[in-house]
Write a protein that binds this ligand. Structure first.
Ligand code: UD1
Ligand code: CA
Length: 453
């Protein structure tokens, strides 16, 4: 049987107190809705319909990479009304899985079980037993233990409120029947809403037996209503990711102080010290050590690399055996070959640095090409910007750039050149030359320092 999915995401999320629609808030670098989408797409699914309301344009624009059908629910008249907006586009013969854009940690495994549970009777419901059921719809069972209804908290009797089995909202229902039941919904209840949960009683009245299953973990059914709940799920998710990496052979000095907002692939014997933040897509080779407080985003890091404390790497390739930092900043479009050393307070932008070259102290290298085994001394600056345009600096192999050199781009320094300290290089330098621009040193004998009056 084919499966269609409807994700409800029209709620405003008032308690987030945000101008960003709730389902766009990020958890581990991905929007809440995207987490649900990723779990959903692992199922064999025909179409995913997302019912949106508040913040429509912004949602569709920022999630345009998702393969979903957007359905507007202009007024939020209840969960049943929300499903009704999307149901006409679902073929009668399908099963429909209902999910929620603000319940991000539902797993593929639970969803697969839920879909499977509907294969027999045409109706499955994800329920959970919790100590404090306040706020949730309660599952009402008959004497035989079969589900006969869901009552919302606000409509429940004193006795029903004591029921600890709650409705997570997630269910799989045979589409043609769901279409019939949705037509029969009314809003004669405490909240004057069209409750999706009322279809449970309709199904039970028609002797459709409702197959219930439970999630493995309570976090799977937790919704995000405020920033505190968002932070709780974030920490939980980060710990899961940390455990996964440790199982793959990564040492985390403290799994509580590790954050991955995207995807990280790491080889063997990678050691990551505290407060590392990884964003986007990062791959790390074998035997890499990453010091404390590093921020690494969209990077490809080779084997045996050492990244020392407080280093920032953004959109860069780091060759094997390179040593970076402490306090280095490697900016976008940088490629370091193997055995490169980038030291403290060095900024590299949009540059290629050849094998074995060293830029160890206090330098800015931007829009440059540096050859192999070149040494760039402390305080070297590539003057790449003339106030209007950026220009390129090319430095060959085996070049010695003395400390405090300025290279005024565009400029080319050929292989084997020696640049004396303090030189301002404004013209190209041919192979193996010494270049120096420096006023002669003068020393004055018997110089008297001024005295304070
Ligand atoms: C709902 C269930 C309740 C369940 C709880 C689990 C109903 C009537 N009640 O209650 O049994 O225990 O979820 O969290 O279904 N939404 C729309 N359009 C609407 C209304 C809601 O898209 O018109 C979306 C919201 O964005 C949200 C979800 O549906 O993601 C649930 O809506 P909410 O109003 O929070 O339902 P609850 O009262 O929590
Ligand atoms: Ca809710």
């Amino acid at each position: 049987m084919s499966l269609s999915i409807i994700i409800l995401a029209a709620g405003q999320g008032t308690r987030m107190r945000s101008s960003l629609p709730k389902i766009l808030h990020p958890l581990a670098g991905r929007s809440l809705l995207e987490h649900v989408y990723i779990a959903a797409t692992r199922l064999d699914v025909r179409d995913i319909h997302v019912v949106y309301g508040f913040g429509g344009d912004e949602i569709i624009e920022s999630l345009s990479h998702l393969d979903v059908k957007w359905v507007e629910q202009a007024q939020q008249l209840g969960t049943g009304h929300a499903v009704a907006q999307a149901i006409d586009a679902v073929p009668d013969a399908d099963n429909v899985l209902i999910l929620y854009g603000d319940v991000p940690l539902i797993t593929y495994e639970t969803l697969a079980d839920l879909v499977q549970a509907a294969e027999e009777t045409g109706f499955s419901l994800l329920t959970s037993y919790i100590d404090d059921p306040r706020g949730y719809g309660r599952i009402v069972r008959d004497k035989k233990g079969d589900i006969e209804a869901i009552v919302e908290e606000k409509d429940a009797t004193e006795e029903q409120r004591n029921i600890c089995e709650i409705n997570t909202g997630m269910m799989t229902v045979q589409a043609s029947r769901l279409k019939q039941w949705l037509k029969q919904l009314d809003n004669n209840n405490a909240q004057a809403e069209y409750y999706l949960t009322d279809v449970i009683k309709m199904a039970s009245d028609e002797n459709v037996s409702i197959n219930s299953i439970n999630p493995d973990s309570a976090v799977e059914i937790q919704g995000v209503n405020n920033r505190q709940q968002l932070a709780e799920l974030e920490r939980y998710y980060q710990l899961i990711q940390a455990h996964h990496l440790m199982n793959e052979g990564v040492t985390l000095m403290d799994p509580q102080r590790f954050d991955l907002r995207g995807d990280l692939e790491a080889g063997r014997d990678v050691v990551i010290d505290i407060n590392a933040v990884f964003e986007g897509s990062v791959s790390i080779g074998n035997d890499v050590s990453i010091g404390p407080n590093c921020y690494i985003r969209n990077a490809d890091i080779g084997d045996n690399v050492t990244i020392n404390a407080n280093t920032v790497i953004d959109n860069a390739v780091i060759g094997s055996r390179s040593v970076i930092g402490p306090f280095a900043r490697v900016r976008p479009d940088t490629r370091l070959a193997e055995d490169v050393h980038i030291g403290n307070f060095v900024e590299i932008k949009k540059s290629e640095i050849g094998q074995g070259s060293k830029i160890n102290h206090l330098s800015y290298v931007g829009d440059s090409e540096v050859g192999k085994k070149t040494n760039i001394g402390a305080g070297t600056i590539t003057c790449n910007y003339d106030g209007a345009n950026k220009h390129k600096t090319v430095i060959g192999d085996d070049v010695f750039v003395g400390s405090d050199t300025q290279l005024v781009a565009p400029v080319t320094v050929a292989n084997g050149v020696t640049i004396a300290a303090g030189t301002t290089v404004t013209k190209d330098v041919a192979e193996n030359m010494l270049t120096i621009s420096r006023t002669d040193q003068k020393s004055i004998k018997g110089w008297k320092r001024p005295k304070k009056k």
